[in-house]
Design a binder for this molecule. Structure first.
Ligand code: AMP
Length: 399
């Protein structure tokens, strides 16, 4: 018989206690993201807090999908999920910390973006997307502010809340995905049987935006979006896109012949324009794949893509500013006797999708760092696992 009585055993520390929570970093569609430090190591992380639905509403499948998919697609250019734990009625996803995103790089007009820099961001994005597609994962929300940038300059594809497994030819998905400016024409025309080409179109728009330093197709409605795309690339026809007129939301537009892309991109090389044309091909069946794009001469002619460690740290000054403002606000709140001082970030909650700018002073991350789930987390997740696995199978499709 055991001499150890259960109640005398020390209680495992709560998972939440492993982290010292900091200010709000941003807010996505499905949860607030906080900066935090790992108590034991001082390592900086980002914790996304997702409210689990009330039992009668079912659990939040966005969170479960994000966890499941991220576990399957570990890659240098995909954000690392380092820990998951439940706390009160929330599920917390702990990610490696990133100090900026590609939107900040594009909007920073203090210095021109060199060709080698654009190539480097394009290449890292395509590597991440090629890796996802190899594993049958569609991201479905590619846009500059979902491409985060780690303190060492490495780009990381993030926010897998809309991602799905693809592969079955009959699989029907919702077409209400992607921010409008990055939405492929087949989605704008209501297709529900799309594939990896939707991610490629979005990457094409992002590369064009890096070159132009403004969004290529900034539509204000779905119709306006189609109008902007057709004005830049010409109206699609049954000749260059067989089946287009049979798509559910097809509408006839006045025919515009394809204009010369060089007029919009006067300073780009022929290779750059050729790659853009292939990524922004109307017919998704003819659109270049991520793996093929990485083989394109654009990436193999001079100037070479700049290694990410050597990329200019374009957002460091802004981050330092944000950090100083947060420290000043915290000090002022503490002096006023507030229990929980509101950081400037939380005081100015962004609209969904708006990105917070943050400071990062940590050195590059330790590649071996992987906080583990403790017994309390395991037990709580184990309890849900059976029900979730069954339910997940039911909701894996969209329709
Ligand atoms: P998401 O819900 O993934 O779109 O995240 C919402 C916002 O939180 C993002 O726009 C970023 O500003 C911030 N954020 C998300 N993940 C991280 C991270 N790993 N490091 C730093 N900030 C992040």
């Amino acid at each position: 018989m055991s001499t150890v009585t259960r109640h005398s055993a020390p209680r495992a520390p709560r998972a939440m206690d492993r982290y010292v929570k900091g200010r709000t970093l941003g807010e996505g569609t499905f949860g607030v993201v906080h900066e935090a430090r790992v108590e034991a190591t001082g390592e900086r992380v980002a914790i996304k807090k997702i409210r689990l639905g009330k039992l009668k509403e079912g659990v939040n499948f966005t969170a479960i999908r994000e966890i499941k998919l991220l576990q399957e697609i570990e890659h240098e250019h995909v954000i690392a999920l380092v820990d998951v734990f439940a706390h009160k009625k929330n599920l917390n996803l702990v990610f490696e910390f990133c100090g900026g995103d590609l939107e900040m790089v594009i909007r920073d007009k203090t210095a021109p973006l060199e060709r080698g820099e654009v190539k480097s961001y394009a290449m890292m994005t395509l590597r991440a997307v090629a890796h996802c597609h190899e594993r049958w994962v569609l991201h479905r929300d590619l846009k500059p502010n979902n491409l985060l940038i780690a303190p060492n300059g490495c780009l990381k594809l993030a926010d897998f809340g809309l991602a799905r497994i693809f592969g079955s030819p009959d699989r029907r998905f919702t077409h209400q995905v992607f921010a409008r400016w990055y939405r492929a024409p087949e989605l704008l025309l209501g297709s529900k049987t799309y594939g990896p080409g939707v991610d490629i179109w979005a990457v094409g728009c992002i590369i064009a935006e890096l070159m132009l330093r403004r969004p290529f197709f900034a539509g204000s409605s779905d119709i306006d979006q189609l109008g902007k795309v057709y004005a830049a690339l010409g109206t699609p026809t049954e000749t260059n896109w067989p089946g287009v007129s049979a798509l559910p939301d097809f509408i006839e537009f006045v025919y515009v012949p394809p204009p010369n892309l060089r007029d919009t991109f006067p300073n780009e090389t022929d290779e750059a324009l050729d790659l853009l044309r292939k990524m922004l091909e109307y017919d998704p069946n003819k659109r270049i794949t991520a793996a093929q794009a990485l083989e394109h001469p654009y990436f193999h002619t001079k100037p070479a893509p700049i290694p990410y460690e050597q990329l200019p740290k374009r957002f460091v000054a802004k981050e330092a500013e944000a950090n100083a403002a947060a420290a000043a606000a915290a000090a002022a709140a503490a002096a006023a006797g507030d229990e929980e001082p509101a950081s400037p970030a939380s005081a100015r909650q962004p609209k969904t999708g708006e990105k917070r700018r943050l400071e990062d002073t940590t050195d590059s991350t330790d590649p071996n760092f992987r906080p583990k789930l403790d017994e309390e987390d395991r037990e709580s997740l184990r309890k849900r696992k059976g029900a979730l696995d069954a339910a997940f199978a039911d909701v894996d499709g969209d329709d």
